[in-house]
Design a protein. Structure first.
Lengths: 243, 231
């Protein structure tokens, strides 16, 4: 018997967001099956972050609709938010709270059972188990970003949005974060990653999409994509979209 | 995983803000230093002979509430600037919590901070302007609480707007002072009565008006906060 295709974690139809005269996201149709890791590429201003903000309910669409795990934002906003985790280039953390206090605060906001042990577990996951009592403001950018990842995972979200998580990280910090994200790919969580690092994006994803001027310019399967030659694919698709 | 209710969310947000303030003294220090400087300047401008000649009830209410108003603006702006630094406001809004509970938590934290500041400022004005605070202590406490509730509700909402549109104290002051004029008039009039200059006949009317404005401002802020912070 043929296996049923996995249900879509994300399904968007005609998703559009207009800022004054500029259309940042322009009628995007998107299906992301549950458990898939999707990389979003594109130049600055292509609409990648706006798309993430729309799908994480931080912005309201001008037109179009979407569902997350079959839930609609207007009707099921609270249930939907429980399923979303967001790691941005901003840490979403309080500098003057310790790593453990930050995580515990957000764990309690999400109603996580036994927040203290969950925080310890997450600090171990991001290799900061021995720094939980230190203020986040005293951490390096790379360490802050690992605590931010722990914060994004505190309620065990089904879908994790990663909006340029490697911005400002040195190669070592970037490698550590990449290793942690690779570990997360094994647990059937849906990932949507925005990155300017093409090779890293291909490595961390099952599928990729290139956005230009708020539209999908190209897409493909990461396993079938040669990371070394992807740069030319990327620039060719942008040129074609411009033409 | 359980749902975090209104009270629990409010307690978490207020607790976090007060914990951060206790740890850093950021807001309290700037509000307190500003208030002390202004009070000392007024004290130099009006020596005790002038204060006695004009009457404490004519001078002190205006001085006291001016200082509280400007110190409150500094404090309330910082309460949302704190959430802007690493976009933690976005993190709060991403959580499945009731937005009005997030507002109410910020409001409670601001209220505690402003009342604590008043706890220092009021005795200080009594010392600087030589009036008997102990004789009116409890009535003064009630009056401060009543007027600070409305001021803080409106100020917390406007601080959220000011920070969301990328403006700071300037926009907050522009929005807050005209909108809270009835509260300030009532505050000055009733404090004047308490300190013995104004006629007592209209106090009940002023207090009823203030209680009405408190309710209006708190409900208005609770209802509109979600619209204000969403984009």
């Amino acid at each position: 018997m043929e296996r049923e295709p996995p249900a879509n974690a994300i399904r968007a139809r005609g998703l559009t967001r207009q800022f004054a005269s500029r259309r940042a996201v322009d009628g995007i149709d998107l299906d992301v099956p549950r458990g898939q890791a999707l990389a979003l590429f594109g130049p600055n201003g292509a609409g990648k972050s706006t798309l993430i903000q729309l799908l994480t309910l931080q912005l309201r669409p001008t037109r179009g609709s979407f569902t997350i795990d079959g839930l609609e934002p207007r009707r099921d906003g609270v249930a939907l938010r429980r399923r979303l985790g967001v790691l941005s280039h901003q840490s979403f953390l309080y500098d003057d709270l310790t790593a453990a206090e930050n995580l515990e605060f957000f764990a309690r906001l999400y109603g996580v059972d036994d927040p203290r042990s969950r925080c310890r577990e997450l600090l171990d996951l991001v290799d900061l188990g021995n720094r939980g009592d230190d203020r986040v403001g005293s951490f390096s950018r790379g360490m802050q970003q690992r605590v931010a990842l722990a914060r994004a995972l505190v309620h065990d979200p089904a879908i994790l949005f990663l909006d340029e998580p490697f911005t400002g990280l040195d190669p070592d910090a970037s490698r550590k974060l990449c290793a942690t994200l690779n570990r997360l790919r094994g647990d059937a969580r849906t990932l949507l990653l925005v990155s300017h690092d093409l090779a890293q994006g291909i490595e961390l994803s099952d599928r990729w999409i290139i956005l230009r001027s708020g539209r999908i310019a190209a897409d493909g399967v990461s396993a079938e994509t040669d990371a070394a030659s992807f740069e030319s694919v990327y620039f060719d698709s942008l040129r074609r979209a411009r033409a | 995983m359980s749902e975090t209710g209104f009270i629990a969310t409010c307690r978490l947000v207020a607790g976090k803000d007060l914990h951060l303030e206790w740890r850093t003294w950021d807001t309290s220090t700037s509000s307190l230093v500003f208030s002390l400087v202004v009070l000392v300047i007024f004290n130099f401008a009006f020596d005790l002979a002038t204060v006695r000649e004009l009457g404490v009830g004519r001078l002190v209410p205006g001085v006291l509430w001016s200082v509280i108003a400007f110190a409150a603006v500094i404090g309330m702006t910082r309460s949302f600037q704190l959430e802007q630094r690493h976009e933690t406001l976005s993190a709060l809004l991403l959580s499945p919590c009731d937005r009005s509970a997030i507002f109410f938590g910020k409001f409670v934290a601001n209220l505690v901070k402003i009342l604590t500041l008043e706890l220092i400022l009021v005795p200080l004005t009594a010392v600087l302007f030589d009036y008997d605070l102990l004789a009116v202590l409890w009535r003064m406490a009630g009056l401060l609480l009543l007027h600070t509730i409305g001021l803080t509700a409106l100020g917390t909402l406007f601080a959220a707007i000011a920070v969301r549109v990328g403006r700071g104290e300037a926009l907050l002051a522009t929005l807050l002072f005209p909108a809270s004029t009835p509260l300030f008039i009532s505050a000055v009039k009733t404090t004047g009565v308490l300190l013995g200059t104004e006629s007592t006949t209209s106090v009940a009317d002023w207090l009823t008006l203030t209680a009405g404005f408190d309710l209006l401002y708190v409900f208005l802020a609770l209802l509109t906060f979600e619209v204000v912070v969403e984009r």
